[in-house]
Structures are given as structure tokens and as C-alpha cells.
Design a protein around this ligand. Structure first.
Ligand code: HEC
Length: 183
């Protein structure tokens, strides 16, 4: 009984106090360049997967036309390329400098072609908290969110017309190949 009480006191008082001391002493990870906190990735990804299982819509984008994908590419250029990069381009400075980093969605490692379009749609609509991924709920229409999700679902087999809509624009974001532009 004595040990149980001692354990309870340590658990209820000492652990939160140590945690508060850790945060207030400036050891908490606040810089984008800091390594992740213990359990950070488990907490973030575990909750996200659970929400996606419950809430991601089941939309079918297999009949989306090339014109829909070009609209998706235009949405992507204006809203996403700054962080997530463009085909055949080096990773963007913004995407690499963030924590967590923004996956480069047209590279073999970063593609989300294995995710159902509804999962991408959910992320575009709601954003991902405590990462730089914004919510586009009020800035894009429902159709635009599906178009960009269909684009990313087919990122590895896009028709040439769509790929040409994904060329770097004149105002292309700074990439790690031309970092001077980032200054
Ligand atoms: C300001 C930077 C930024 C912008 C702009 C942005 N994102 Fe993101 N996005 C991120 C970051 C950072 C993550 C990684 C989140 C994580 O790891 O939890 C992310 C994650 C994602 C993911 C999940 C990738 C995966 O591997 O599961 C998708 C899909 C995505 N973004 C799509 C988009 C689309 C589509 C747009 C434009 C409509 C967009 N993002 C705009 C920063 C951004």
C-alpha cells in the first residue's frame, strides 16, 4: 500500500513537474531544426491515422479527365508547389527547412500514389496540425480539392499535357539548387 501511494504521488506530481521543468528550461523542441521529442511522431501519426480511418471520404477519381487533372495542376502550382515541389525539380527550400519537412510529392520517396484520393482530400481540407500543412477548407472549392487529390493519386502516370502544366513557373519557389533566391 505504501509503495502504491508512493508510485501514485510520483506519477501524479513528479512526472508533470519534471515535464514542466523540461519545457520551461528551454529544452523543449521549438526550433524547426530540433530533433523530435520522445513519442512526438507516435502521437502525431497515431492520431492522424485514426482520424483518417474514421473520416476520409471514399470519393472515386478514376473517371477524372485530363482537363480535371490540368485544373488540379493549376491548383497545385499556386497553393502547394512552394512546399511540395514540382516534377524533376530539386526539393524546395521551404519544404526542406520545415519540421516536419514537406514531402516532395512528385518524387519516388514522397509520392502519395498508394493513398486513396479521399485520404489526400481529407489532408487538403483539414490540414495537419503541428506541421506546416495548411487547411484549404475555405480557400479552395470542393471540386478543386478533389482535382488536386486526383492529380497526386496519379502523380507517377500523368499525361504530358498535365506534366507541362507542372513546369516551374517564372516565379518558381526557391529550390535547393538555387538557394540564393531564398534570401
Ligand atoms: C507551407 C507549406 C505547405 C503547403 C503550402 C502545403 N503543404 Fe502539404 N504538407 C506540408 C507539410 C510540412 C506536410 C507534412 C506533415 C506531416 O509530416 O505530418 C504536408 C503533408 C501533406 C500531405 C501528406 C503527405 C504524406 O506523405 O502523407 C499531402 C497529401 C499534402 N501535404 C498535400 C498538399 C496539397 C495538395 C497542398 C496544396 C493544396 C499542400 N499540401 C500545401 C506543408 C505544406
Amino acid at each position: 500500500m505504501k509503495n502504491f501511494l508512493l508510485g501514485l504521488i510520483i506519477g501524479l506530481v513528479a512526472v508533470p513537474l519534471i515535464f514542466a521543468a523540461y519545457i520551461l528550461s528551454g529544452h523543449g523542441p521549438v526550433a524547426a531544426t530540433d530533433p523530435p521529442m520522445p513519442l512526438e511522431s507516435f502521437l502525431a501519426h497515431g492520431s492522424l491515422s485514426a482520424r483518417l480511418r474514421k473520416e476520409a471520404p471514399k470519393g472515386d477519381v478514376s473517371r477524372f479527365t485530363t482537363a480535371d487533372l490540368i485544373s488540379g495542376a493549376n491548383v497545385y502550382q499556386k497553393n502547394c508547389a512552394f512546399c511540395h515541389g514540382l516534377p524533376d525539380q530539386p526539393p524546395t527550400v521551404a519544404g526542406r527547412g520545415m519540421f516536419p519537412g514537406a514531402p516532395q510529392l512528385f518524387t519516388a520517396d514522397g509520392m502519395v500514389t498508394d493513398d486513396p484520393a479521399g485520404v489526400t482530400y481529407w489532408k487538403v481540407e483539414n490540414g495537419i496540425r503541428l506541421s506546416g500543412m495548411p487547411s484549404f477548407k475555405s480557400s479552395l472549392t470542393d471540386d478543386q480539392r478533389w482535382q488536386v487529390s486526383a492529380l497526386l493519386a496519379r502523380a507517377d502516370k500523368l499525361p504530358p499535357e498535365v506534366r507541362s502544366a507542372l513546369q516551374p513557373a517564372a516565379w518558381a519557389p526557391a529550390s535547393s539548387a538555387n538557394p540564393a533566391q531564398a534570401k
